[in-house]
Design a binder for this molecule. Structure first.
Ligand SMILES: [Zn+2]
Length: 155
């Protein structure tokens, strides 16, 4: 059974640090494999339309972006849970080329599009100490998850 992971919340300085890249041996270690199993897809009520995305990306790097960034709604579990997740509009690329290692330390390079591309940009930012609020252009777009579901998702 998966253990419940602690979520690091906004304000913790670790969220502003640059993450260490994992070596092949570190990826294949028992601790990392156990962490991967505990981080597998968890459904979210804020994105009910999504298909499960079950790909492990370790040491991801966005090596190319396509087009201009466009506005997209985004939240982060590091700044709330359930109805208290903060959402806002950020600028993200719709299409990115990404390199990464999988859970077997095998390297991949793919063009990723749509919402998954947005997630990859959000999570890659975390590894570089960048938070989604750093990308918010219009501070009047901030809203809590329940208001986001009511006002944006239901449209
Ligand atoms: Zn986040």
């Amino acid at each position: 059974m998966a253990e419940i992971l602690n979520i690091t919340r906004f304000g913790n300085p670790i969220l502003r640090q640059i993450a260490k890249r994992l070596t092949r041996d570190e990826i294949l270690s028992h601790d990392t494999q156990s962490l991967i199993n505990n981080m597998r897809y968890k459904p979210t009520p804020n994105r009910p339309e999504l298909e499960p995305f079950d790909t492990v990306l370790i040491n991801p790097e966005i090596v190319e972006t396509f087009g201009e960034p466009t506005s997209a709604w985004e939240g982060c579990v590091s700044c709330g849970t359930d109805d208290d997740i903060l959402f806002a509009q950020v600028l993200r690329f719709k299409k990115v080329r990404v390199t990464w290692l999988d859970e077997y330390a095998v390297s991949h390079e793919e063009i990723i599009e749509g919402f998954v591309a947005q997630v990859v940009q959000h999570e890659t930012d975390h590894l570089n100490g960048v938070l989604f609020v750093d990308h918010v252009q219009d501070s009047t777009s901030f809203m809590m998850a329940d208001e986001y579901r009511k006002r944006i998702l239901s449209k």
